[in-house]
Ligand binder design. Structure first.
Ligand code: DSN
Length: 415
């Protein structure tokens, strides 16, 4: 029986979400639209199989097909990123990062990571995460005047605290990550350097952001952001020693059976990401982000670090006289989907911060270009300005109908 016959409620909700995704200008920088091929691989009988272990060394019989699927995914990851080892089993980014701790640290050991309010991730040692409770976290920030990482600060914290692990990368970093600078500091203090490239993996694969390969000891990434795969994650390393430690940490350290349907979809996404079309996509993501940033700057928006080098823009709305949450909610009602976000040195609380975070991976997947980015920047300005004046409903309604006209001309991949 079909889903609609078995469970019309869930089928109806999935159809509603499909419409919502098609009708919205999706600007959340960590989201994307996967291809029809990736969607197809995700919804397959591979979900029926247990495969604890790794190809050739499993704890269940019947791996004739699954071993080939996982090997294809691993080999494609190695070829695409130019690494010697890849593990495609982590369920998502947080478990992948936790595996790095398990591989290289003991409880109580010191980790140096970017503080969450400055663009880091919860799992880089933030206080509410297990990584901040079970390990000894030390955090670097960004400079208040430039919004950029201060490598003098990173180095002096590393020399003072001698971390065993240093994380670079994060979730709200609009600028190029200087992997060689982090590697030099990690080498100086004997720390393992982990590059979390979850946000920029697709840009790295497509040559639109420098690669951490050859600089970081281990690389973690989700597969569903700019890389445009299913929800999942990967860990990569060059040395046999690091790879063995990571493999043991993922299984049996943290996880049981891998999600084989996801592994297949990761393999498909990696194949897609190795094409010239994907390289062009990655460069267009960056060109679109720059066009959107330029439009917002021209309209008086205050962008953290003054702009962007990648797919992501972090806007401090303080000067516009509105907070991030009401702005994100108003924009959502206008069909422009963003997320509210803390900005560096934010005097407001994380659940009611000063900023919003936007990005261009999804709109670029729909084929939008710089002209559409300028239009989106204009709409954002109109909604935020009206909100600041306390009279936004008419503007929201008008922008929403204009957004619908735009989205109708740019079909969503996969749907
Ligand atoms: N939730 C992801 C993001 O939105 O950036 C990070 O884990």
């Amino acid at each position: 029986m079909s889903l609609a016959q078995v469970d019309p409620e869930i089928a109806g909700l999935i159809a509603a979400e499909e419409r919502r995704q098609a009708d919205t200008v999706k600007l959340i920088p960590s989201e994307n639209y996967v291809s029809k091929a990736v969607l197809e691989a995700t919804g397959t009988v591979l979900t029926n199989k247990y495969s604890e272990g790794y190809a050739g060394k499993r704890y269940y019989e019947g791996q004739q097909v699954i071993d080939q699927v996982e090997t294809l995914a691993v080999e494609r990851a190695k070829a695409l990123f130019g690494v010697n080892h890849a593990n495609v089993q982590p369920y998502s980014g947080s478990p992948a990062n936790l595996a790095i701790y398990l591989a290289f640290l003991k409880p109580g050991d010191t980790v140096l990571g970017m503080g969450l309010p400055f663009g880091g991730h919860l799992t880089h040692g933030w206080s509410v995460s297990a990584t901040g409770k079970w390990f000894n976290p030390v955090r670097y920030s960004v400079r208040q005047d430039t919004g950029r990482i201060d490598f003098d600060e990173v180095r002096s914290l590393a020399l003072e605290h001698r971390p065993k692990l240093i994380f670079c990368g994060g979730t709200a970093i609009p600028r190029t990550i200087d992997f060689p600078a982090f590697a030099e500091i990690a080498r100086e203090v004997g720390a393992v350097l982990a590059a979390d490239i979850a946000h920029i993996a697709g840009l790295v694969a497509g040559g639109a952001h420098p690669s951490p390969v050859g600089h970081a000891d281990v690389i973690s990434t989700t597969t569903h952001k700019t890389l445009r795969g299913p929800r999942g994650a990967m860990l990569m390393a060059d040395s046999d020693e690091h790879a063995t430690a990571l493999n043991k940490a993922v299984f049996p350290g943290l996880q049981g059976g891998p999600h084989n349907h996801t592994t297949a979809a990761i393999a498909v996404a990696l194949k897609e990401a190795s094409t010239d079309a994907f390289k062009a996509y990655a460069h267009q993501v960056v060109a679109n982000a720059k066009a959107l940033a330029d439009e917002l700057l021209a309209r008086g928006f205050d962008l953290v670090s003054g702009g962007t080098d990648n797919h992501l823009i972090l806007i401090d709305l303080t000067s516009k006289g509105v907070a991030g949450k009401p702005a994100a909610q108003a924009l959502d009602r206008a069909g422009l989907e963003t997320n509210y976000n803390s900005v560096p040195y934010d005097p407001r609380k994380p659940f009611d911060p000063s900023g919003i975070r936007i990005g261009t991976p999804s709109v670029t997947s729909r084929g939008m270009g710089e002209a559409e980015m300028r239009q989106i920047g204009a709409w954002m300005d109109e909604v935020v300005t009206a909100l600041a004046k306390g009279d936004a409903e008419d503007v929201i309604a008008r922008v929403h109908s204009e957004v619908s006209e735009l989205t109708a001309g740019f079909p969503t991949p996969g749907l």
